[in-house]
Design a protein around this ligand. Sequence first.
Ligand SMILES: *Cc1c(COP(=O)(O)O)cnc(C)c1O
Length: 707
Amino acid sequence: MNLTRVPERIGRLGELANNLWWSWNDQARKLFRALDYPIWKESGHNPVKQLSWISPERLAQVVADPAFLSLYDSVMAAYDEATSPLDHTWCHANYPNLFSGPVAYFSMEYAIHNSLPIYAGGLGVLAGDICKEASDIGLPMVAVGFMYPQGYFHQHISATGWQEEENSELNFSEAPISQVRSPGGDIALARVRLGDIDLALGAWHVNVGSTDIYLLDTHLEENPEPYRQLSARLYVSDRELRLQQEIVLGIGGVRVLRALDINPAVWHANEGHTAFMTLERVREKVATGMSFAEAQQEVRQTTVFTTHTPVMAGHDIFAIELVEKYFQSYWGQLGIDRRAFLELGWQGSPEPQSYNMTILALKMADQRNAVSQLHGQVTRKMWHGLWPDIAEEQVPISQVTNGIHVPSWVAPELNHLMANYLSENWLTRHDDPHLWEKIMEIPDWVLWAVCQRLRRKLVGAIRERMRSRWLEDNVPWTHMLVMGALLDPEVLTVAFARRFTEYKRPALILHDIKRLKQIVTSKWHPVQIIFAGKSHPADLASKNLLQQVYKIAADREFQGRIVFVEDYDMHLARYLVQGVDVWLNVPRRRQEASGSSGMKAALNGVLNLSVLDGWWREGYNAGNGWAVGSSDAAASPEEEDESDAGALYRLLEDEIVPLYYDRDVHGVPCRWVAMIKETMRSLVPAFSARRMMKDYIEKLYRPALQR
Ligand SMILES: *Cc1c(COP(=O)(O)O)cnc(C)c1O
């Protein structure tokens, strides 16, 4: 990036653009918006691009504008405080001497901002939110992942309602990343053996406040061509390529940190994909003369493993032949033989049949956790076989319920409102339940006016997307209908936005078409439903579900009140969780580990309408949203669908719609607003990433460090 053009008075704009801290600070966002609004919009809110596109004339204008300069100065002061030595933070105040080195966090994906599209969904959002919150509370953290140039696909829906995938290539020079070089100036930082190949690894550095993320890259000239593509995409279907990626992330990730002279005090594996990092650390110790058993013991003590998958089929499992192919030259370096190596990824007595990454991680980490209370129970039951001699409740896997990074997901309008009514510095105290008692002091009409404004913003943003599709592709009218042409900003708006996958039951609400039609097309009290979400490219069943939704949305009789918005990503998610009235979530019971989009909705005063699964089992209190059906498992999936669909329609007909349209003389739905307040009061502090990170530190990192 050429930054020499930026006048010296505002010379640190480039530094700010290259630290994604700006993305969760309203004032910093405002600064880039003020810098050049059209370019800000056109760059997709990417200040790195913005600074390379902006004209010298515009720069000269802003540097002569006292209002801009004063905003610049206050943003830079806040930035310096947020990224300076961490001695004013919660972590320092409470645990000044706990961390002798950073927490090394390993994850396959990170969702930090749309200008860095290296995520697919919830797992990435969690990892991104953890990096941001670590920075906010002063937890030293280095994170390791991949710099996928193609990231995850973009979704296009054809005129027949079929999902098409488009992979675009990220221009690295326009992303907030910088290439890391070794002390000797090399791009290759480390090497990893993959079969016959010695693969060289590079890395890109990302600043997320004071958290450093290192993203591995195999696209180096010295690597043979096919291997350069190893890090091209996230979640490839090919099992061998997937194993290669996990070797690079786990083993290569440790080596890259060593090459950069980073010495973590705790190692945190996010999901089983990253578990090879534990083996590499054993190898290092064995190379210094330790036995495998001693080395394993030491590695386990300082390793934390978080599992996210309540469904057996969802775990990462490799065929024995593949594992042998890539590890036959490795197990000797661990001081163990083939059998002992394979048993690390296998549970039970007969000869190992496959290699399970979750089992490996469970055996290599002393601190293990699931991501909600219910998921903790499910997980302890699932892995009881690894600890056959103790009772199921004693299985040593605890839980830390997920949370969301509040500054990233709160609407700026609500941020402003909270600053007025809760406390000027509410964001620094947002996990304090007492602070939230004051939400009752906000006049109903004031809060309602903000909700209405956010709904209008959402409808405006959806129309803007449609308008460009209309201009670019001349899509047919029914397609415009599906994409939201007839959305009405005054109507009760429900969102179903999540990955399209069978267990999330996107089509549940279509169970009884006639009844649904009556609900949504009611003349005086209508309801509109916005769907969004991607199907995995190989998942035809889920693509069929998507097409089913599309056909209903395109049906004239639904009057344009059912909508499907393409290409669900963080940017669209922000609009949806901030702008709708009701957040719908109906996964099959025991299949959602936690879920987090409903937490984002709650933060923005959107009421949850959800099955009592995942986080909602602990969040729901009978006054802060609705529970679909009971918490008991049904006899069969068909029965579960039948009774949940019935419950869903009943709730909409008898409770939700009447409550929403019950207005006072000024048009304010006072009882609805009371539920919004109860939602925010009861859910925001408990399901914040701040509460989550404090739990990680106290329940998992501290025991790992204090042995
Ligand atoms: C929050 C989020 C998710 C995760 O939401 P779930 O509730 O787990 O479905 C997925 N994708 C995006 C883009 C998100 O912002």
